[in-house]
Design a protein around this ligand. Sequence first.
Ligand SMILES: [Zn+2]
Length: 217
Amino acid sequence: MDPFNNLEEIFRRFPGIGPRQAKRFVYHLLSLEQSDLESINENLSVLKKTTVRCSVCQRFFFNRIESLPNDGAGIVCNICKDPNRDASYLMIVSKDIDLLSVEKSRSYNGMYFVLGNNIPILEENPTERIRQKELLQRVNSLINQDNSAILKEVIIATSANPEGDNTADYLNNLLRGHINDEVKVTVLGRGLSTGSELEYSDSDTIKSALMNRKVVK
Ligand SMILES: [Zn+2]
């Protein structure tokens, strides 16, 4: 048991972190007070118990109830519960962090779905990369209630890079097979410059990309 090496190994598995950075993180931890380390420890130990995935939009959110029945199944976040949000719009984003960027831009008041991933080009099993089954369930739940189509538009808000475009194409084909022509499927306009990730886009850019969104054929 060598905690330094163990932690270094753990940090190396973080997204975008190389061996040198992983070491720097461990040295940083060593520079902290014991009380800070205990606070990190405390937060880590309850992180997965208090931050749960919404059963409707699939995003992670902080949930005060610490003991969750059935592994958190059926828990709904404050966005999905909010009666003031417009359920005729469903925006599909790749990652939780993209949803946060859109929320921060204050330019959208509809519902969300977090896909969990993008689909890499030439991916052989796209179905397994994303939450396809949950997405279709969500779309169906917005269409089939008392025969009136609540859903007017599905906005595919993937990043403006090859993986994002590939994901958008896949989703468009998938959705077209499940919803009728009355429901529009749109993608973000290119206010979002080519290559840009939603996560790193500022609020004005997101606002203009949303305003300039276009229907996919
Ligand atoms: Zn939700």
